[in-house]
Design a protein around this ligand. Structure first.
Ligand code: ZN
Length: 250
């Protein structure tokens, strides 16, 4: 897929309310791939003592790897313990209430101004189906291609990318939004449809800027870089490939 480069998203922020980013980062790191690997490697309850004292990576790295633990590997978050005793000890009720991580690490400050809707360069509609509903998906696919000039992708009969069930997608330009979205609302045939914009931030496009037709379902963006982590700010381009020949019903 070819990309185009655009100007970086606006990052002007104001400094209120005060946020302890170090604490935010510690919590976010708890779920990072490196952190999870560390927990697997050590078999220690890194999360447990992080909860108790917001211990950072240094403490975790200093922790000794247990040996000879019968259940090692069964539950990587379970600390070593004697048989018949709680692996968490008997003082968990004394733990202070923790401050959870920001859902969007590094984006916890309030923006100084709204984002421009023109940051959206196009949209994707991902239509999800399974072995019982594939015929509905096929009908939506055919009807869509007959009526709209869109970029119609392949069938994905297995989970692919952030999409956790079989799917197909079509991309469409912003000018088609007022027709495609209501059309999908009325012609979903009950299937779950994710409609996401394409901006310089694909992770946020899927997780935070999405529209859903019918119910939502999990989207796996686990290892996707945040906007701050992206090296190049590009927007996915779409190239319409259908030959619509049926007049849209009105
Ligand atoms: Zn997409």
């Amino acid at each position: 897929m070819k990309n185009i480069t655009t100007s970086p998203a606006d990052k002007n922020t104001v400094d209120t309310p005060p946020v302890d980013e170090a604490v935010d980062r510690q919590w976010a790191d708890l779920l990072s791939p490196a952190r999870r690997q560390l927990m697997r490697d050590t078999g220690l309850a890194v999360g447990a003592f992080a909860l108790a004292g917001l211990a950072g990576p240094v403490l975790a790295a200093d922790a000794k790897a247990p040996t000879g633990i019968p259940d090692a590997g069964k539950n990587f978050a379970e600390p070593p313990h004697k048989p018949g005793e709680s692996p968490w000890g008997y003082d968990t009720y004394k733990q202070p209430t923790p401050r959870p991580a920001g859902v969007r690490p590094g984006e916890s400050r309030l923006p100084a101004k709204p984002r421009a809707y023109t940051d959206i360069k196009s949209y994707h509609a991902h239509i999800y189906f399974d072995e019982d509903s594939y015929e509905k998906a096929a009908l939506i696919r055919r009807w869509s291609a007959e009526r709209f000039l869109v970029e119609l992708g392949d069938w994905n009969t297995e989970p692919r990318g952030p999409h956790t069930t079989p799917s197909f997608y079509f991309g469409f330009t912003t000018d088609l939004f007022p027709k495609v979205v209501p059309w999908l609302q009325l012609n979903s045939l009950g299937l779950t449809i994710l409609i996401h914009p394409n901006t310089v931030d694909p992770r946020a496009d899927h997780l935070y800027y999405a529209l859903w037709v019918n119910r939502s379902q999990p989207v796996n963006a686990f290892d996707w870089p945040t906007l701050e982590q992206r090296k190049e700010l590009t927007v996915e381009q779409i190239y319409p490939n259908t030959k619509p020949h049926v007049e849209l019903e009105t």
